[in-house]
Design a protein around this ligand. Structure first.
Ligand code: BDR
Ligand code: CA
Length: 349
């Protein structure tokens, strides 16, 4: 069992990540923090709380508000992909004013409680070395993670791994060379990458293989009788949860098609982090030095992967070492079996 703290910016794929984290039998979600990113920090906070309620979180799992802006750059959001409130088009989610949603959030927004929440979770579980480490998963800009590693270096031993969705190897999506999460706060990403803890980066090169195709969209709606031909109309949702997830995926599919021309379906980027935490054997990874371009006029936010070890880095995870495992491929079919198992478990609640 891995104990997971999720730092996120929901966001459609972040929402599916929360669903997986709550309904996967190999991990236990112990807390959530939110960060600026796909939408304003105000929206990502309430979206995370809405998802906790929708996907069956126990009362003990709460959302902690985090950074409202990057360390030194102005905040940027992505309404083109996620809608203005970060979860555009998703039907049947509880509203931000629902009392259950309000009580899923520890504190009102505007105060950075995320890093205190992470610190408290580590103190409780790790207990100075006699307990269990936690796994930190980040699916948004790395501002909270950079702040946490800077403010609480003495607690880093209580983290077994930082798994983050972000970056690309020669590939960008929000500039010709930068991926959105890293581009939002490149300085924070570099600080997180220098932290002396094991890290795994799940980059665009791999997330772009986890496409929710039309056939998978049909299976989501009705797992027992999806259409046999893809030109048949989609089946009707068999449950409210399936309808909710289906509206989530179709909005994401539409924006990916209109923005990037993806016509097969949207990539489920962030969800891969939970699959990695639960089943690392379905990924192949190699360990490299990874840094972030902070000043390039065309390349700011690019993840620079030193494949040939030009920097002659050692085997530490910190600022002089091969600091990061980089996911290079995924058994896509196995990933989607895992995804649908978690959907079925969530549906049974
Ligand atoms: C990342 O950016 C956001 O659009 C997604 O939520 C994901 O975390 C992909 O580049
Ligand atoms: Ca995200």
């Amino acid at each position: 069992m891995r104990y997971i703290w999720l730092d996120c910016d929901p966001g459609h794929d972040d929402a599916t990540t929360i669903m997986l984290a709550l309904n996967c039998s190999d991990v236990e979600l112990i807390g959530v923090s939110t960060v600026h990113g796909n939408a304003s920090a105000h929206h990502t906070l309430s979206n995370a709380a809405r998802c906790l309620v929708a996907f069956g979180a126990p009362d003990t799992v709460k959302v902690y508000p985090g950074a409202t802006q990057p360390l030194i750059r102005p905040a940027r959001h992505d309404p083109e992909i996620h809608g203005v409130d970060g979860l555009g088009g998703v039907e049947h989610l509880p509203s931000a004013t629902d009392p259950r949603v309000k009580s899923a959030s520890t504190h009102p927004g505007g105060v950075i409680r995320a890093i205190e929440g992470i610190a408290q979770a580590i103190r409780q579980r790790w207990n100075g070395g006699s307990g269990t480490q936690i796994t930190l998963i980040a699916t948004g800009p790395l501002t909270n993670i950079a702040l946490f590693t800077s403010v609480y270096p003495e607690l880093l031993a209580g983290i077994d791994e930082l798994i983050f969705m972000g970056g690309g190897v020669g590939l960008g999506n929000r500039s010709s060379s930068a991926e959105f999460n890293i581009l939002c706060d490149p300085e924070a990403a570099q600080i997180a990458l220098n932290a002396p803890i094991r890290k795994t980066m799940v980059p665009l090169n791999v997330t772009h293989t986890a496409i929710v195709t039309k056939a998978l969209q049909a299976r989501l709606l009705d797992p027992d009788t999806p259409p046999t031909h893809l030109d048949e109309p989609l089946p009707k949702a068999t449950t409210t949860l399936r309808h909710m997830l289906s509206t989530l995926i179709s909005f994401f599919a539409d924006t990916y098609e209109s923005t990037f021309g993806f016509d097969q379906g949207p990539p489920l980027h962030d969800a891969l982090t939970i699959a990695y935490a639960a089943h690392p054997e379905i990924f192949s990874c190699r360990r490299f030095r990874v840094d972030v371009e902070l000043s390039g006029s065309h390349t700011a936010g690019e993840t620079v992967v030193d494949m040939w070890n030009y920097r002659q880095c050692d085997d530490s995870w910190g600022s002089n070492g091969k600091n990061c495992l980089v996911a290079e491929s995924l058994k896509v079919d196995t990933f989607f079996e895992f995804f649908f198992e978690c959907v079925a478990r969530c549906d049974a609640i």
